[in-house]
Design a protein around this ligand. Structure first.
Ligand SMILES: Nc1nc2c(c(=O)[nH]1)N[C@H]1C(S)=C(S)[C@@H](COP(=O)(O)O)O[C@H]1N2
Ligand SMILES: [Mo]
Length: 399
């Protein structure tokens, strides 16, 4: 691929905006602003994470920086995003991991099992993208409430645990008529609040759960950190983050979806200004999506490796194209490294010879069903489900 334009030396991202910002506050001001942002302290429960790779939106929301995502396919635990609806439980939940108890209901032989016992029933490892429903909210024009995530409320990890199928079999099978698997998080509910309004409890189709979900205790080769749901977490590959319940304490096969607020009216796709209701689409299946993670700034002229990540949501990703002219023309990119399976993301790369000039670089993925990443995502009230390649583009100037 050949890039042409006037002779300049370096990439600058959003050159006009950056120059404007420098003019407005001066170089010293800009430096101290950058310093203040970089030094936002990590909350205690994630003090072990890499502050240079994360944007701290709040105590409960940390985003991986776009440029931190490389080409080896796995997001390290210390760079992985964090999203909590409630403050996480205390360190004691991981003091004796194998003793953690989970109750199972809606099966022929309902009972409580420890993690130690679950570990005897079976082991599977799945690589999957975990992505917050609101990843990309910051690209919507309307002011949807919630964290203004750009691309970094997503990561790809290896999860190891027991398949839900194996547990269900050990408990005599799912009771007739139980259409949903409803999982409850182990947080302490604040006093004086109706638990239903805050409990992190989610229902997903039981058939999908028994085919694909695992109850995981390991993440990228380590016991799952408490911040990511240790000692035990539901991992539902292909489904949005909210359906991956951390520190899970109850799994019930139910006839209907839970009436917890987070399910009944929360995490629903609805027109802007409309209240949430159970008949609106729930944030379950993820869509095909990709984005460029390099170059973002300060690349030299000459040969550049344009790379990023692509995944198919509930389907495998099949192909990805890259455009350097804002979607006028596309070229096929090449996948990098091993294929970690249907639910994982795949790094991709396209080499380009960059002449000085201005480029709008973006990527467009296609899944195994032939679904192509959309150009624009229509607004919805809470700013969920963003995947449009036009706004995911980076403006790069070789200056
Ligand atoms: N128990 C519990 N599970 C939870 C949540 C939570 O607040 N409590 N947040 C959900 C949401 S909205 C997302 S996006 C993911 C975030 O997982 P992470 O913090 O490990 O990245 O966990 C999901 N599971
Ligand atoms: Mo989320």
């Amino acid at each position: 691929m050949q890039m042409t334009g006037i002779r300049r030396r370096h990439f600058l991202v959003g050159a006009a905006g950056t120059a404007g910002a420098i003019a407005a506050i001066g170089v010293e001001g800009l430096r101290s602003t950058a310093f203040a942002q970089d030094s936002t302290p990590l909350p205690d429960y994630v003090s072990w994470k890499d502050p240079d790779k994360l944007i701290v939106h709040s105590e409960q929301t940390l985003e991986t920086k776009r440029g931190a995502i490389g080409t080896s396919g796995i997001t390290p635990n210390d760079e992985f995003y964090i999203r909590n609806n409630l403050p996480p439980p205390g360190e004691d939940v991981v003091s004796d991991r194998d003793a953690w108890e989970v109750s199972f209901e809606g099966v022929s032989n309902p009972r409580t099992m420890t993690v130690g016992e679950l570990k005897t029933l079976g082991i599977e490892t799945v690589a999957t993208v975990l992505q917050c429903s609101g990843n990309g909210r910051g690209f919507f024009e309307h002011e949807a409430s919630g964290s203004p995530w750009t691309v970094g409320a997503a990561g790809n990890a290896l999860w190891s645990g027991v398949p839900v199928r194996a547990v269900v079999d050990a408990l005599g099978g799912v009771e007739d008529g139980r259409e949903f698997m409803t999982s409850t998080g182990g947080e302490t509910i604040p006093e004086g609040i109706d638990p239903k309004t805050v409990v992190v409890e989610r229902s997903i189709p039981a058939e999908y759960a028994t085919e694909n979900a695992i109850l995981a205790w390991e993440m990228n080769g380590e016991p799952i950190p408490r911040a990511h749901g240790g000692p035990l977490r539901v991992v539902t590959p292909g489904y949005y983050g909210i359906n991956n319940i951390k520190y899970v304490k109850k799994i019930a096969f139910t006839e209907t979806e839970t009436d917890a607020t987070i399910q009944a009216s929360g995490y629903r796709i609805r027109p802007v200004g409309v209240d949430g209701a159970p008949d609106q689409p729930s944030m379950w299946e993820m869509k095909v999506k990709s984005w460029v993670t390099h170059p973002l700034m300060d690349a030299e002229t000459g040969r550049v490796q344009i790379y990023g990540v692509a995944f198919g949501g509930i389907n495998a990703v099949e192909a990805v194209e890259v455009s350097i002219d804002g979607g006028e023309t596309w070229e096929q990119a090449r996948f990098v490294g091993p294929d970690l399976g249907r639910f994982a993301w795949r790094p991709f790369v396209l080499a380009a010879d960059i002449e000085p000039g201005t480029y709008t670089i973006t990527s467009r993925a296609t899944d195994s069903e032939g679904r192509v990443q959309e150009e624009v995502t229509e607004p919805n009230h809470r700013g969920y489900d963003y995947s449009g390649w036009r706004a995911l583009a980076v403006d790069v100037t070789v200056a």
